[in-house]
Write a protein that binds this ligand. Structure first.
Ligand code: AMP
Length: 560
């Protein structure tokens, strides 16, 4: 894993980015290696292995495109040469904001070829989020699309590159449009350099392979650096729990950049065993059901918000869904009632999961009895995941009692990226990550999610940090004080309610639409963060310590 003589002056080692996440203590790292959990492989090396083992099998189906493992490995190399010409080097962070498409996968592996670090950016992210990610990572290149969901990403990219000193280039998977004359913009497809030869793997398995975004509770979300070793093990353990094999056909319905879709077990675990990945560009169930029939899909993953939509479509569809063996559901709490309907009405097995970009991944067993399948969110996928369910003093509670889920293990982070102060609050002294999720553990090891203590709203699986939105809304000229709260909602799981105290003398209080427009155009936040409901109140209730008393506000909401 050394740089070649000709390139050594050109290639940074990536040490600077690696130093921004804490290491696992040496004894833990040694144990994980000895046990073979950390396999000592980079993702570039893994891709080569897959190309060797499964070369002519189909790896990706994206619309009319079918790409084999051999082709994926080759295209990743060809693209890496073009990205290197753009100046991408080992250890560089590169923003990747693409819809479910072959380009996301090829781009991701091209960056792995160079030892560069893809920063997973959601298609819905706008100026505030992308700008924050670019600044926080010092990204040098931004790979995005032209237009997606009627939003022009090229204009967003122009704003971001104009305001981010580290960013040198924008790569557009699609048409450059009005930006064709801007020499900072390059077309994705123009970067392939076939026949340029292999690229030496300069990454180390302990390096950061990718950066994910945390759901966040304070201000802008924190970044999570996942290493080649830990992320590779996450794939393996998750894939084993779902019993993936070379006959598996995984359908990616949720956004590809979600950790859930990408690696739990998702796309990477399917590649690991030589299965086929099918990409859905839309979540429209009629399109998705058609794909299930056409491609013989065996497994897919959705969130609780899609569950009732699928149940409705199931009644009317003519599509043959008999190939489908597993419907994985997670990201937010699935109600026991909806879970039972899925179990009753689909022939496939329901697999509930509780996962987080920080690492820990729990899933039910495929042969769990139906009562557990309907009510529990799973068992950690690794026997080396150490779980403690604790009370507010940090003492473990007995099985069956509710407490905060805390965890450490071979693929759970030991600290957020470049966030030493925040890390003191989110981790115990002995390295357990405090998830902010409230759970009950059964004697079987299954966890049941019963709530959360973090100030976060889970709106249909999209996580919203209340303080981020409150901070943005406070800049609105008519708002004196604001609190954002999640209210139970039958479709979304939770919807957002903003309690607003308006400035004295304001003639008309702001409406929901005013606030959505303000958050999008003035604050540059993703649209899903706009409040669903606005409640105007005279006075903000305060705790004796003078903080907003959200419990009082919660009591004002209608009972669930
Ligand atoms: P993310 O990193 O965006 O995947 O968010 C992780 C968080 O999503 C967890 O800490 C939980 O708060 C929440 N979450 C994930 N799966 C579930 C589930 N099955 N039930 C309830 N909450 C969940």
């Amino acid at each position: 894993m050394t740089t070649s003589g000709t390139q050594s002056t050109d290639i940074r080692t990536g040490d600077s980015i690696r130093s921004k996440i804490p290491d696992w203590p040496a004894d833990f790292a040694a144990k994980y290696r000895e046990l073979g959990l950390w396999e000592g492989l980079t993702f570039s090396a893994r891709l080569d292995g897959w190309a060797r083992d499964f070369g002519s099998s189909t790896a990706i189906v994206d619309g009319d495109k079918r790409i084999t493992y051999a082709e994926l490995a080759e295209r990743a190399t060809d693209l890496a040469h073009g990205l290197r010409e753009l100046g991408v080097r080992a250890g560089d962070a590169v923003l990747l904001q693409l819809p479910n498409s072959a380009e996301f996968i090829i781009g991701w592996f091209a960056l792995q070829r160079l030892g560069a670090v893809p920063v997973h950016t959601q298609p819905g992210h706008r100026q505030a989020e992308v700008g924050h990610l670019a600044g926080a990572t010092g990204a040098t290149v931004y790979i995005t699309t032209d237009v997606f969901n009627r939003f022009d990403h090229r204009d967003l990219a122009k704003q971001i590159i104009d305001s981010t000193p580290s960013l040198r280039s924008v790569v557009i998977a699609g048409d450059l449009g009005d930006h064709a004359a801007d020499d900072r913009f390059t077309e994705f497809s123009s970067l392939y350099r076939p026949g340029s030869g292999p690229i030496e793997d300069v990454a180390n398995p302990g390096d950061i392979a990718l950066l994910l975004l945390s759901g966040g509770t304070t201000g802008m979300p924190k970044l999570i650096g996942r290493t080649h070793d830990d992320y590779g093990y996450n794939s393996r353990a998750a894939g084993e729990r779902s019993r993936l094999d070379a006959d598996s056909v995984y359908l990616a319905v949720l956004p590809i950049a979600f950790n859930y879709t990408w690696n739990c077990p998702g796309i990477l675990a399917t590649f690991r065993v030589g299965g086929k990945v099918v990409l859905a560009r839309t979540q429209d169930p009629s399109v998705v059901f058609e794909l299930i029939e056409q491609e013989g899909v065996t497994m897919t993953a959705i969130n609780p918000q899609l569950a009732p939509v699928w149940l409705d479509e199931r009644e009317f569809t003519d599509n043959d869904l008999s190939s489908l063996r597993i419907i994985e559901i997670g990201s937010a709490r699935l109600s026991d009632h909806e879970a039972r309907r899925i179990i009753d009405e689909f022939d496939a097995t329901l697999q509930q999961i509780l996962g987080m970009s920080e690492g820990l991944f729990c899933a039910t067993y495929l042969d769990d009895d139906p009562e557990l399948l309907a009510t529990a969110q799973g068992v950690p996928v690794s026997p080396y995941d150490e779980i403690r369910v604790v009370d507010s003093d940090g003492n473990e509670v007995p099985n069956g009692e509710v407490g905060e889920l805390t965890v450490r293990g071979p693929y759970t982070l030991r600290g957020y990226f470049d966030a030493p102060e925040h890390n003191v609050k989110s981790f115990t002294d002995d390295g357990f990550y405090c998830t902010g999720d409230l759970v009950r553990r059964l004697d079987t090891g299954h966890l049941i999610v019963s709530g959360r203590i973090k100030d976060q709203i889970n709106r249909g699986g999209e996580k919203i940090a209340a303080t981020e939105v409150e901070g943005a809304l406070l800049k609105h000229p008519l708002i004196r004080s604001v609190a954002l709260i999640g209210e139970p909602d039958p479709t979304l799981g939770e919807r957002t309610v903003a309690f607003v105290v308006v400035e004295p003398g304001a003639e008309e209080p702001p409406t929901r639409r005013d606030l959505a427009n303000f958050l999008e155009s003035e604050a540059g936040l993703a649209l899903y963060k706009a409040p669903d409901i606005v409640n105007i109140i005279d006075e903000m209730p305060l705790t004796p310590l003078g903080k907003m008393d959200k419990n009082v506000l919660r009591q004002q909401l209608a009972p669930a």
